[in-house]
Design a protein around this ligand. Structure first.
Ligand code: SF4
Ligand code: SF4
Length: 357
């Protein structure tokens, strides 16, 4: 049953999830960005804060209303909780070897945008992780770099949530339509103060999400991207991108689905040793090190690898695209490189035939 929650209901939601033993993670305003951190109450949410984004651009801004989910994807994603940046695999000391224990908390994620809901599903195909309790926040206000509609990953929430919220502020007040997605979600909603939703509440939420879809400013070209990238392995366009790309790897670090890791061993003078995995990037020169050296030495080869895997060969590996259209790689690229523009440029040079070699 859909219910309508007020701000007291949202606060009660955080409280109930904490009472049930979850570590509740949600968006907070910190370090001039909307980041993700543990919530002790709904007061920790970034009420009244939005963001402006663009290629190589991200700024928080004060909103004219008190929306708590009125911001698009920030620099962090839920990946850091399901697939931590550094994780000990095994350690040893004078007493022997010790396998790392899985001490992942029982998370509840609150405010998961639909693009990130899709990213969590993709990531869980690859990395083993406990299933968190998920409260999605349907998107009614896309950011300037978002393109989830063209990836089929938003702005409405797809599968995988326990509760989906749709926020609305108007003359009738500040409220959240809460839709259960699982029995566990319905049981939590039963414990919250709220009222049964009317057909009008549901219609308004659907209308807000449909309006967000129409306001999506970017899209990937409507071509078979897997075929496009396979056909453009030798395109001159990769060199053109490499003129701008710094091979810094920011795009891979902020991407909610990039999952590559490197393994490193450390020792100290007391005889302790540790083997750990840490996030790695296909933009690192050593990432493609085989016998004799790296096989992708140029920036052009490394950008091609990233984009070809993300939009093309991911389909062969996992039966889906690796991109959910969150736009983070565009906003956090210091050179402002835009994956939608690069795909469009490849598509045009292929159509017109002249720039391929
Ligand atoms: S595309 Fe941008 S973010 Fe990615 S490696 Fe190149 S410069 Fe860095
Ligand atoms: S490739 Fe870019 S837009 Fe796509 S999921 Fe990764 S960060 Fe988001």
């Amino acid at each position: 049953m859909n219910v309508v929650l007020g701000l007291d209901g949202l606060d009660a939601l955080v409280g109930v999830l904490r009472e049930e033993g979850h570590v509740v993670i949600g968006p907070v305003l910190r370090d001039d960005a909307i980041t993700l951190a543990e919530l002790s109450s709904a007061a920790d949410l970034p009420s009244g804060w939005g963001v402006e984004t663009g290629p190589g651009h991200y700024r928080v801004r004060e909103r004219e209303d008190a929306a708590v989910f009125g911001h698009s994807a920030g620099p962090q994603s839920w990946k850091r909780f399901l697939h931590p940046p550094r994780r000990t695999l095994v350690s040893s000391d004078s007493t022997g070897f010790h396998a790392a224990r899985d001490d992942t908390p029982d998370y509840a994620f609150l405010g998961v945008r639909p693009c990130d809901l899709a990213a969590i599903a993709k990531l869980r195909q690859i990395v083993a992780s406990k299933l968190p309790f998920v409260v999605a926040a349907q998107c009614t206000e896309p950011g300037e770099v978002c393109f989830c509609t063209s990836m089929g990953c938003g702005p409405g929430a797809g599968d995988g949530y326990d509760i989906a919220l749709t926020e609305r502020l108007d003359a009738d007040g500040h409220r959240f339509l809460a839709t259960p997605g699982t029995e566990a979600g319905a049981a939590v909603l039963d414990r919250l103060p709220g009222r049964v939703a009317t057909k009008q509440d549901v219609a308004l939420a659907e209308q807000d999400v449909a309006t967000a879809a129409r306001r999506m400013g970017r899209a990937l070209p409507e071509v078979d991207l897997r075929d496009l990238l396979a056909a453009n392995r030798d395109s001159a366009h990769w060199e053109a991108v490499a003129q701008r790309c710094l091979t810094c790897g920011n795009c891979t670090m902020v991407c909610p689905t990039c999952f590559c890791v490197s393994v490193e061993d450390t020792t100290d003078l007391d005889g302790n040793a540790e083997r750990a995995e840490r996030w790695a990037s296909c933009f690192e020169i050593d990432f493609s090190h085989l016998h004799g050296g790296a096989v992708r030495t140029s920036g052009a080869a490394r950008y091609r690898q990233w984009m070809t895997h993300k939009l093309g060969t991911w389909h062969d590996q996992f039966g889906t695209s690796g991109c959910v259209g969150c736009g983070r790689c565009i906003a956090w690229c210091p050179a402002g490189i835009d994956i939608t523009e690069e795909a469009a440029a490849l598509s045009q040079t292929t159509e017109h035939g002249g720039e391929r070699r």
